[in-house]
Design a protein around this ligand. Structure first.
Ligand SMILES: *[C@@H]1O[C@H](CO)[C@@H](O)[C@H](O)[C@H]1NC(C)=O
Ligand SMILES: *[C@@H]1O[C@H](CO)[C@@H](O)[C@H](O)[C@H]1NC(C)=O
Ligand SMILES: *[C@@H]1O[C@H](CO)[C@@H](O)[C@H](O)[C@H]1NC(C)=O
Ligand SMILES: *[C@@H]1O[C@H](CO)[C@@H](O)[C@H](O)[C@H]1NC(C)=O
Length: 219
């Protein structure tokens, strides 16, 4: 009996691991090369690991503002071009997985407030939208209303990070997510706390990302 216990424990752990994040498509096709380059850009900009732990993206996150500007893995956009709430289009290179029916959530965060060198207000929560689906561009629901980027004077370039999340339990039902108590630090106590803590608290795992840079014209 005693010697069976570790085996059962191992099976339990494996079972839990399998119940974890949604299926990831096998590596090796063109889509995944694109996804690995997303991850490489996130690391280069130190979004991994400063904002979010390392992960393999499998969803493309296409965010377009009403001005036509699009976040493009580290392009620079003027704050005046991102004032209105953007459209989000999520896409994935998979057809048969339950992942295609899951409810996705998109969040935007600024880890560089007031500046990248002095992130004492960070992170600032700019947006949380849920009920985002892969298939359609149908209406999303805001958990935290869109608050446009407004980097202060003389604070250099800010990274504005857009993350797409899936429920770790793979549910296809709408999610009941907590609304952060504040935008600063996402309502948490300390500097640097933000989207990672909020996602953990809400049972969400990152599945895709995009980002751009913005700065005040007075530097
Ligand atoms: C992103 O969305 C915009 C607007 O919907 C579209 O014009 C553009 O082709 C999309 N880009 C990608 C890479 O899917
Ligand atoms: C996804 O939803 C569609 C439409 O509701 C349904 O026909 C399909 O069986 C679902 N797929 C999975 C894998 O749950
Ligand atoms: C998501 O959609 C469901 C069903 O339409 C709705 O009940 C729920 O309130 C929506 N979630 C949010 C945060 O609006
Ligand atoms: C699955 O996770 C979501 C997000 O954390 C949560 O809202 C939902 O209640 C969970 N569903 C089940 C069946 O555990």
């Amino acid at each position: 009996m005693a010697c069976l216990f570790p085996v059962m424990l191992l099976l339990l752990v494996l079972g839990l691991a399998n119940a974890g994040p949604p299926d990831q498509a096998p590596l090796g096709n063109a889509h995944n090369e694109e996804m690995l380059s997303v991850r490489a850009e996130l690391k280069k900009a130190e979004i991994i690991p400063t904002v979010i732990d390392d992960f393999i993206p499998y969803i493309s996150v296409n965010v377009t503002w009403p001005t036509g500007k699009t976040a493009d893995l580290g392009n620079t956009i003027k704050p005046s071009k991102t004032q209105g709430m953007p459209d989000v289009h999520l896409s994935a290179d998979m057809t048969s997985s339950a992942a295609s029916n899951m409810t996705y959530t998109v969040a935007m965060t600024d880890p560089d407030a007031p500046s990248r060198d002095n992130p004492e207000w960070s992170e600032i929560c700019h947006w949380i939208a849920t009920n985002v689906s892969l298939s359609s561009a149908s209406g999303l629901d805001e958990v935290m209303p869109y608050y446009p980027p407004g980097p202060p004077e003389k604070t250099g370039k800010h990274r504005y990070v857009l993350l797409a999340f899936a429920p770790a339990n793979g549910t296809t039902a709408p999610l009941d997510l907590t609304k952060p108590a504040d935008r600063q630090h996402w309502g948490y106590d300390d500097e640097r706390m933000g989207v990672r803590e909020w996602a953990d608290e809400n049972g969400l795992v990152p599945v895709g990302a995009n980002f751009m840079y913005e700065k005040n014209k007075k530097q």
